[in-house]
Design a protein around this ligand. Sequence first.
Ligand code: ADP
Length: 293
Amino acid sequence: MMNNNDKIYIPPLIDQSVFKKFQTLKLERKNEKIREKPILEAVKLVKYYGNKLIIPELNFKIDDIVGKSEVISLLGPSGCGKSTILNLIAGLIEPTEGALYTYGNKIDGPGLDRGMIFQKYSSFEFLNVLENIAYPLIKVKKMKKSEAFEKAKHWIDKLYLTGTEKKYPRQLSGGMQQRVAIARTLCMETKILLMDEPFGALDRKIRWEMQDLLAEILFFKPEQEVTVFLVTHDIPEAVYISDRVWIINKGRLLSEDFVIRPNKESRSMQYEKDFIEMVNVFNEKIYNLEIKS
Ligand code: ADP
């Protein structure tokens, strides 16, 4: 029997031109028009759980691009602190030291400007689809019921949920349930969308459909500017949907790479040479982290 030390590892050959492409993309993005205040800024962010250091010191700044949504994916070995970073941005947990700012305002708890979507569906079992989506508009934004339902219906259509308005969460497939969660968040016009393994429980085909849908609402037929932070362990998913890919290790931001924005459906992109090369680059980076740690 082979033990871990006997594992034969043959790294794939990676086309070096792909690195040059990363650089060019970064320069192209520099020409985009940005607003004065960053959408999100982390300043000397430190997080301990008990006496266990999870985030040693994290600093980053995400500019608010005029007229464009942006997706930032967080990749890294399990337990490296990705969900912790998302929870800090959501305001669900407090930093031990340092702070996060959105448009210059310190984050000190959950807020309407940030929506979170988890892997597990998180809607109300006793409300139907329409009521679930309209619920925060009525309860939190104090919108009139008729107005809230109208707005909810708009997002029901955008997320291809038409016909399910009267159904209850248990009557929907996993993919549909996640679409309800996305619709509810977008209805609130959140500026920051935090997604923690949102498609992790879905099979490959539905996962691709969800990635296509996300690409459609963010890039192909955008109605709102949203900055998305996506935690995923699926490298092709990160390469497909992202503008930037962050690799996190032991709570540190190890690297940031700019990737090509989606320009066609996810499944077709998986076969393209550049796409495969990019996936290989990230596979290698993460594989090397996993064997070192
Ligand atoms: P990832 O999302 O990258 O898998 P997490 O952010 O979930 O990593 O976790 C980072 C580390 O923090 C892990 O070692 C995990 O066990 C620990 N951790 C997460 N949440 C808590 C908590 N509420 N209390 C104590 N430790 C935690």
